[in-house]
Design a protein around this ligand. Sequence first.
Ligand SMILES: [Zn+2]
Length: 109
Amino acid sequence: MSWLSGRPAGYITLALIVKYRAFRASPSHTVMYTAPGEARARSTGQLTASAEFLWEIEAATLEEANAIYHLRMGFEPFIPNGNPEQCPNCAAWFYPEGSGECWRCGKLC
Ligand SMILES: [Zn+2]
């Protein structure tokens, strides 16, 4: 797995790091997509060729990506859906009512 190269051993063991890309779709509208989400948005016309690419990040969960998105866009702090619970596999905190993704183990629910 090439995404592990350059990371300290044990940094992330099983979760997949996902790339997220942010765009300015109009002067007052920004969006952030995963690669499949971006492809879908382009195919349906939700994201047009005139959208300005802003930046790209990598994150282990949607909650991590949204927290960075809010910071970079000057939005209020991101609040995940529901309450955090401990992952049944590794005890890291995750949001079962949100993405259901553990930052160490990947998708749980
Ligand atoms: Zn876990």
